[in-house]
Design a protein around this ligand. Structure first.
Ligand SMILES: Cc1cc2nc3c(=O)[nH]c(=O)nc-3n(C[C@H](O)[C@H](O)[C@H](O)COP(=O)(O)O)c2cc1C
Length: 259
């Protein structure tokens, strides 16, 4: 198809980005424009008026992370067709997709399809794997096929918004912060990749690594960006959460699409 696909996403550990990219492939867009809103200062102010948008977010406690909404609020449209993606860590996505639908509609997009896909949980470790390695090849293929279905729907001139799973009012927001990954000084090489990957810019690297925990969103970008495993996240709250996820969410879930 001869349109432009606008990829708008927030993706600290990269799984949301992978799925939105595969959907764009399936759409068959001539040109793909990336709006990666993950890092501080990455917001762009733009009003989109041609093509199709794909808006992707990770699910945090069954909701859209507040930071995503802040980073994306400067992107508006005038009725541009849009595909929504909620990436979740194999627990539940709860009200995230309906919240994203309402946000996107408020920004001027016309929601024509939505999908909930699964990605490796931010708290997953090799020892305690939760949806490890997802999205896998099968997930990515499903995302491409979903993109193809959306392209057909648009070509047919059908811009209806489908019914999307989730509740309004949304579940209460959980406040994050106060705890953050730590630095293992014996392993740390002071390379700075943790600071470069942090969406809230709370990590400072000098002769040691300092983390300002109050504004950490616990996304684990720094944990996964570290090549030498020097960012363990083993606060008792996280250990408890990991144990709950392992006990209750080990059965692989399948992506769900609404079109
Ligand atoms: C603070 C926090 C809360 C999360 N809440 C949920 C949740 O409610 N349900 C779920 O299945 N996964 C949850 N996850 C996991 C993420 O949705 C999942 O790892 C996602 O793939 C991350 O996307 P990204 O790779 O684009 O950063 C949570 C992760 C974090 C850091």
């Amino acid at each position: 198809m001869s349109f432009t696909a606008h990829l708008i996403y927030f993706s600290p550990t990269g799984t949301t980005k992978k799925i939105t990219t595969s959907i764009a492939k399936g759409l068959g867009a001539k040109r793909v424009v990336d709006y990666d809103t993950t890092l501080p200062g990455s917001s762009v102010e733009t009003d989109l008026n041609d093509g199709v948008a794909i808006i992707g977010i990770p699910v945090y406690a069954g909701r859209v992370p507040e930071l995503c909404l802040q980073r994306m609020q400067t992107i508006t449209a005038k009725g541009l067709p849009c595909v929504l993606v909620a990436l979740y860590g194999n627990r539940e996505y709860e009200d995230a997709l309906v919240e994203l639908r309402d946000f996107a509609t408020g920004q001027g997009f016309k929601v024509v399809a939505a999908g909930a896909f699964i990605g490796e949980h931010s708290y997953s470790t090799h020892e305690r794997p939760i949806a490890e390695g997802r999205p896998d090849a099968k997930d990515l293929l499903l995302a491409v096929q979903f993109g193809q279905q959306v392209a057909t729907k648009i070509e047919d001139g059908n811009f209806d918004t489908p019914e999307i799973a989730g509740n309004v009012p949304y579940k209460d927001r959980v406040q994050f912060g106060g705890v953050a990954p730590e630095t293992d000084r014996d392993r740390c090489t002071l390379c700075g990749k943790c600071a470069e990957s942090c969406p809230t810019g709370v990590i400072t690297v000098t002769e040691k690594v300092a983390t300002e925990t109050d504004h950490c969103i616990m996304c684990c970008a720094c944990v996964k960006a570290c090549d030498v495993d020097a960012r363990p996240f083993n606060h008792p709250r996280i250990k408890e959460r990991r144990a709950m996820l392992l006990a209750n969410c080990s059965q692989p879930k399948a992506p769900e699409v609404f079109i």
